[in-house]
Design a protein around this ligand. Sequence first.
Ligand code: SAH
Ligand code: SF4
Length: 385
Amino acid sequence: MTTANLLDFDLEGLAAFCEKLGEKKFRATQLYRWIHQRGASDFTQMTDLAKSLREKLATTARVEALPVITQHESKDGTIKWLFDVGDGNAVEAVFIPEDDRGTLCVSSQAGCAVGCRFCSTGHQGFSRNLGTGEIVAQLWFAEHFLRKHLKRDERVISNVVMMGMGEPLQNYSALVPALRTMLDDNAYGLSRRRVTVSTSGVVPMIDRLGADCPVALAVSLHAPNDPLRDDLVPLNRKYPIDELIEACKRYLAHAPRDFITFEYCMLDGVNDQPEHARQLVDLVRKHGISCKFNLIPFNPFPASGLLRSPQPRVLAFARTLSEAGLVTTVRKTRGDDIDAACGQLAGDVKDRTRAAERMAQRRAAEQRPVVLHPVRKTKTVSQEH
Ligand code: SAH
Ligand code: SF4
């Protein structure tokens, strides 16, 4: 008999499952707390649940984590996991510690169908959507691993960014229950402001997210005009910039923050010229959208044929935006080994041929020196609005 993976359920789903077992709804809350607050996966540990319920759970349910293929830890505490999601597919999650927060970057799909030119996940193509349980499993594992690893009793992960592999809004039905579990006080209890969905611009789903489960929104803009964005982010041909920004404005009516973050990956000679910065200012003014810009130094990979913008050009671009009153941050780079977390998670994946081969090479890989991923600090260029 197949059993239900309880990581697939938000609290409402778990209550429905418990009811089917003939159990009172409040039992679901107890069970949910055991799983997410205490990291339990063994029903026999859950001593305050009635023995009859524990017995029923033993035959009908499971708490199934994702197998870890590799774990890389840098000197500064950044940890990156590669998880096996079956059939030769793997996804990554990254923990980024900072002084005042701990951020987990989470994947939503194996591969991605959007196919952005500068993105290694996009170059990989699309394998499949992750299930709710596979999205939640990344947080469940990381949080409880880190508590043990760092010997902390209290919560370690305070922020989640859906900036790993995949387009979260193209996996909407799995995403929303996963977000609910992140937010639920009986599970991870994260603030809505500290859970960020990053999207390449799936307009109808931005509206649905605003209605169903508003969290902080980051939009991967990357270009100030449609011809350029059509080329970099093919989804733009379906949902052009003006429609996207109007959707962002509608989202702000529901959003936990009063701005949208626009991510802008700086590509040498492609979207980093002074006129692009000026066009962005005009675009934002035309729509009157409350926003912040986050300029991301491109993490190059050979198949893209693209290069990172030189730092002086990035700073000049940032200056143009900030002098026009737009709050702009630049992700700081450190030497050559830069910006290895969100957005480039698939960077390593795409350079590997197939996940299955990687898994076979896993032991050997573990013998090699660990790849260090520095914590990305952001540098505020301007704070005026
Ligand atoms: N699909 C979603 C979320 C995952 S990508 C989205 O596109 O928003 C997360 C962020 O990393 C996006 O802003 C994406 O544009 C950026 N990114 C992707 N590849 C990158 C690369 N090679 N260098 C720098 N940023 C990259
Ligand atoms: Fe997909 Fe985002 Fe990569 Fe584009 S940037 S291919 S939407 S993961």
